[in-house]
Design a protein around this ligand. Sequence first.
Ligand code: FRU
Length: 525
Amino acid sequence: MKKSSNLLFLFGLLCCFSACKNESTIVPSTPLLLEQHRPVFHFTPPQKWMNDPNGMVFFEGEYHLFYQHYPDSTVWGPMHWGHAMSTDLVNWEHLPIALYPDELGYIFSGSAVIDWKNTSGFGKNGQPPMIAIFTHHDPVGEKSGSNTFQYQSIAYSNDKGRTWTKYEGNPVIPNPGVRDFRDPKVIWDDDSEQWVMVFAAQNHIKFYGSPNLKDWTHLSDFGHEWGTHAGVWECPDLFPLIVKGKGEKKWVLLQSLNPGGPNGGSGTQYFVGDFDGKNFVLDESFAKNLTQDSTIWLDYGRDNYAGVTWSDVPQSDGRRLFMGWMSNWDYAQVVPTENWRSAMTIARNLVLKKTYLGYRLFSEPVKEMATLNKDTTVFKFDPDGHYLQPIAKDRKILGKVTLNFSYDENTDGFVALQLSNSKNENYWIGYTTKSGQFFSDRQAAGKINFSEKFATKKHTAPRFSNSKNIEMEVFLDVASAELFADKGWTTMTDIFFPNEDFNQLDLKVVDVEGFVLHEGKVEWY
Ligand code: FRU
């Protein structure tokens, strides 16, 4: 991280701690960047528990990131919305907690929008209000055995998300008797001229419409018969995208579920189709690839969950920006970090392309990541054509690795990046030529015994592209790897916890006939 961003980061923390003085937050005992396993360029809460990203909205030059937060413990508890802000999606400033639990319950996941036309009437002095739409979760109701303890509510802010007022008419959508009834994501639909809300109801998604964010009507349901139902459905997102290079508009539904993810535990599947202001109908070619239990995943790693996209990103920017929670309910509450728990993924741009397999979502790291680049190492070769090892030694492995390679057909080997330290711990991320799969292996990457579900096997992800060149971009921070392969067609996000930070990086090419490295470099952050 650049010096200026470090300063911004520390300034953010100071702001937070002075602003939070009267609240029961606990200041960490160690300067944050010195804490073991604390990522450098991924967002983490200053202290205590964090899960899903919430209420992501862009307004007046600021990207807001709210998040599920319990400020009194490093394990999940009464949920608040923590708050941070960034002007570049890379450097984050911590702000005071935005929403606190109240008599209607904990503040569960949800979204935020700018009510440009002041349909809600919450605007002030001609300024549009920021509206948060979230689930109230009543823990007393839950314990009593009732099924109606989750319902949708709203709150508004007239000062760019700094302070909030909850609507006195809450909840805006009461619970009809469904145990899991949560995580509203709202968009304004220009075609049907209404607010559209999607939220998860156990094994399907519900669609509601509203003229003013306060009065909602049930439009339709989707999902009983599609995708995987191996776990509870949570945190959906619905948005239109123009198919790249085609000018055609399609709608994308993101759908997290837990458990049942591609390599175990939490995961996010998605659907592509059409939305007419009432019903979401799956695209025919997309439907062909799905059966009741097979699905298409946004990310094949174990640590990208409950991710949704930013609202109100200006049309002049045009991106559909995404961020996920970089953990997994299988072990999130016991990962070996001390003062805080969990990080978010880096921000990604979701792009819809028409491929030989049908419509597919590609995840691209946001271009702003490049601002972190301090210096670059290009992989070197000796006169015999062998690249020189190691690629890096005695250097914190922090940055983006780019690999572009090809090989002869019918070989049975692998190409991988290996991160290691003086304790002989290592983490591998690469590609197996025979199976044609990407893999991530954290089984020898340090601490694993905190949960028997953490490092049970090598994680694998299919390769979809049929181009000869394999392109891998891997973002390596202190405790995570995010793979964007073939321009983001396959992504894989995994966390790990070495006892000593990895400080050596090697490229291993084993039993691969005709291997040619077309590009190999590290952009150091
Ligand atoms: C997803 C989730 C949401 C819920 C929130 C509670 O990780 O379970 O469904 O709103 O976390 O913290």
